[in-house]
Design a protein around this ligand. Structure first.
Ligand code: COA
Length: 163
């Protein structure tokens, strides 16, 4: 079976793919671009991992996650504007959830701007719930906006089943 347009392929990304991840981050967050060296440091071991979403050979989205002991955090997630609303973001969140679980985390956290309706809807659809609010956390051209801290509990990874 071949993958259709609505069926992105996920690809694990490490420091060698930092340039691609950084280009996606910069396209999705033009007001807060991260350089390649910063991205490489964040997605490297120990604890850092990333995934790319590909349509054909074209990267269309990314997620960067870090795990420290039992807590994991999504550092950044984005989908190129032309690829949005076709399930890519949800697939990337699922990759962050399963990767964090496999690294031993029991909860995945993230921060989202209170005015980011698309991201808040995505996280709600993926089962995150609010555990905190940081007033004035993000800078906007016309002022500041609060961050919501969201959490998703992680069930322990199941042991591999033998044949
Ligand atoms: C947030 C973002 C990653 C979502 O990616 P996406 O690929 O469009 O999301 P999906 O198509 O997987 O959406 C899954 C669900 O999330 C919700 N959702 C996503 N975008 C939405 C929007 N613009 N409006 C309302 N609901 C939305 C819907 O419930 C959707 O399911 P549905 O399409 O069946 O209704 C994308 O909008 C993005 O890259 N934004 C810019 C960067 C950003 O803000 N990142 C998050 C920072 S915390």
């Amino acid at each position: 079976m071949t993958a259709g347009r609505d069926d992105p392929r996920l690809h694990a990304a490490g420091p060698l793919e930092a340039g691609v991840v950084a280009a996606l981050q910069q396209a999705c967050f033009p007001d807060d671009p991260w350089d390649v060296a910063s991205v490489a440091a964040l997605i490297g071991p120990p604890g850092g991992f990333a995934a790319l979403a590909l349509r054909g050979e074209e990267p269309v989205g990314f997620v960067m996650t870090r795990v420290a002991a039992e807590d994991a955090e999504i550092l950044a997630i984005g989908v190129l504007p032309a690829g949005r609303r076709s399930g890519v973001g949800r697939r990337l969140v699922e990759a962050a959830l399963s990767g964090s679980r496999h690294l031993g985390a029991t909860a995945l956290f993230l921060e989202v701007a209170e005015d980011n309706d698309a991201a808040r809807a995505l996280y709600k659809a993926c089962g995150f719930f609010s555990v905190g609010r940081r007033p004035g956390y993000y800078r906007r051209r016309d002022g500041r906006v609060a961050a919501l801290v969201l959490r998703h509990d992680l069930a322990p990874a199941l042991p591999e089943q033998g044949g």
